[in-house]
Design a protein around this ligand. Structure first.
Ligand SMILES: Nc1ncnc2c1ncn2[C@@H]1O[C@H](COP(=O)(O)OP(=O)(O)OP(=O)(O)O)[C@@H](O)[C@H]1O
Ligand SMILES: [Mg+2]
Length: 311
């Protein structure tokens, strides 16, 4: 092979002004970002934000309508065949073959990469072990639970030992046990220097796994940064929630220029670690139900993308 493995820190994905239109409707409206080798990079956003459309272009499944896309310094439009062998993909939808066994699904996929049969077998066994699927080796995929099928999809994405692993909602629908197992596996793969692009609706997952992330909405990137930096910058470190808040509290906060969101049943106050405000709310409004808690990525997400339902 004429390719050099990527060095840690090297840019391996460069997205410039990438756009995707479906029948004139813009799903991705000119996004730009770069991912370095060894990073876990998250794409977050409400339903319909354009995450899947963006990553389908990155793994060469759909041609961009505009902009450019370089993976391993190669142009996706010209060099997809060379890129493909170094990328692993777990799509949002289940694309396993339901009539084949767990093992056959892995072996057939290995065939697409021209991996020799004995090597494919060895690799498949390793992956079955890694994802705790050995006992299901001969089971038909159509008979697997959703969680097992997801684990197999991830195993399949790794059959070619890819450097870049693209995961579209890898843990959606999984129970907490399976989700934690997958997080453990993703951490182990990161320790081996793999690079990840990940979409998820679980903010805790994004905060835990991603070095950097973007929050998208309506095809555009709203913010980019490290989870802790984004929390600090957009909502501050601490939050006060007050149930049954009344006009008196609203006026009190407005006078002191403290930011807050007003919900039907409560106020979410972004007091940015201001001890005086916290003290005043405790003392003056203790008859309401007050919760004092750390701010999370979910607060940032809701603050930026709003609380209305999407598609
Ligand atoms: N093949 C397609 N043809 C037409 N419109 C599409 C197609 N695929 C996606 N869209 C539209 O593009 C927009 C972005 O969809 P996309 O699937 O990229 O969102 P997403 O962020 O992945 O959402 P989710 O969180 O629900 O998976 C949506 O309005 C969707 O309806
Ligand atoms: Mg999607």
């Amino acid at each position: 092979m004429d390719q050099q493995p990527t060095a840690a820190g090297e840019i391996i994905l460069q997205v410039d002004n990438l756009g995707k239109h479906y029948n004139g409707v813009s799903a991705v409206a000119g996004i730009s970002f770069a991912v370095r080798a060894g990073e876990c990079f998250g794409l977050l956003g409400p339903n319909g934000a354009g995450k899947t459309s963006a990553i389908r272009m990155i793994y060469g499944f759909a041609p961009p309508s505009s902009g450019s896309l370089r993976v391993f310094s190669l142009d996706v439009a010209d060099d997809w065949r060379r890129i493909r062998s170094r990328v692993g993909v777990c799509q949002q939808d289940n694309t396993l073959d339901p009539d084949l066994s767990v093992l056959q699904n892995l072996l057939i996929f290995a065939g697409y990469f021209q991996i020799p049969a004995d090597q494919a077998r060895e690799r498949a066994e390793e992956l079955l072990h890694f994802f705790a699927l050995e006992k299901k080796r001969e089971a038909k995929v159509g008979e697997l639970s959703g969680g097992l099928a997801r684990r197999l999809t991830l195993a399949r994405a790794l059959i070619n030992d890819p450097e870049l692993i693209i995961l579209d909602e890898p843990t959606t629908g999984l129970d907490p046990q399976s989700r934690h197992l997958l997080w453990e596996k993703l951490h182990a793969l990161r320790a081996r220097g793999k690079t990840f692009i990940l979409t998820t609706h679980y903010m805790e997952e994004a905060a835990q796994l991603c070095d950097r992330l973007v929050i998208m909405d309506h095809g555009r990137i709203l913010i980019e940064g490290a989870p802790t930096g984004l929390i600090e910058a957009h909502v501050g470190s601490s939050i006060i929630e007050v149930s049954g808040a009344d006009q008196e509290l609203v006026d009190f906060l407005a006078e002191r220029k403290v930011e807050f969101d007003r919900m039907a049943d409560r106020l979410v106050i972004y007091n940015k670690g201001n001890a005086e405000i916290e003290q005043a709310v405790r003392a003056g409004f203790h008859s309401r139900q007050c919760t004092f808690r750390s701010a999370t990525l979910e607060d940032v997400f809701l603050r930026l993308t709003g609380r209305e339902l999407r598609e």
